[in-house]
Design a protein around this ligand. Sequence first.
Ligand code: NCD
Length: 313
Amino acid sequence: MRHLLSIADLDRDDIERILERAESFAEVSERDIKKVPALRGRTVVNLFYEASTRTSSSFELAAKRLSADVVTVKSAGSSVDKGESLKDTVQTLSAYDPAALVIRSPHAGAADLVARWTRASVINAGDGKHEHPTQALLDVATLRQRLGALDGRRIWIVGDVLHSRVARSNILAFRTMGAEVTVCGPPTLIPPGIEALGCDVAYTLDRLAEADVVYALRMQLERMREAYVPSLREYAAQYQIDGARLGPEQVLMHPGPVNRGVELSGDVIDSPQATITAQVEAGVVVRMAVLYELLVGGPRAPEPAPEPAEAAA
Ligand code: NCD
């Protein structure tokens, strides 16, 4: 495998292989010296065009723990501020001959484009509302640690599904691993046709008790150009996961960052059912495993074919 652009690039065997590798890297993370030489002398470029705490820090740590040289470029403070295009930025950074380029962008499809412009292996770290495949992998890893195999488990994904790349990647990954997925939220925040990804849809939390796992999503206010809910208070009244709605046996997940008091109440965030910190921890070892899979597991990527316009020039 050369790139990881979508979770659909992976079948169940691929996911299992990556997660097994992640488990072996978990042992490295427990050592005082948390490093293995797998990527010594190779370069990983992280290119983040959108806010990120967890994803950018964990990709950086993952690459460093594999002994790669790491450069992290954030759009703020870079030449992107001066109007440099994505393509020019990627071509500039590709001059360092990176083995991998990790890209987060507010635009759906950005990672696919980047993969055409560089010889590096490209990892999609979130492209607009489209996909966030490494988040899905770390969520499957976290759940397998808590529950074992996901076959037959019922997972409810609750909240702002419309704007969520995490929802899209996670529905696919959870289904691939044998779970049954229901998405739940106000009709305005459920994209029409989402059932085509293989999930059920619910518009109220009435049947939430059926779920083994409740996966709450952030209200992505930065992506909302109009009012999708009457108010956040109204939203919380109907859809917030709180101590009264969450059963004692249910596992609670959230990709972070959490809007405390909106999609989750403070008490459940800090409850033993919540896996939020475990998800962050899994993020490092799963990203180590993805880098390993792309850079060590397979042959060095060949030169990309030139784009038609360039070929004609
Ligand atoms: C998510 C993202 O950016 O897509 N966060 C993350 O990567 N951990 C979800 C979110 O921002 O709500």
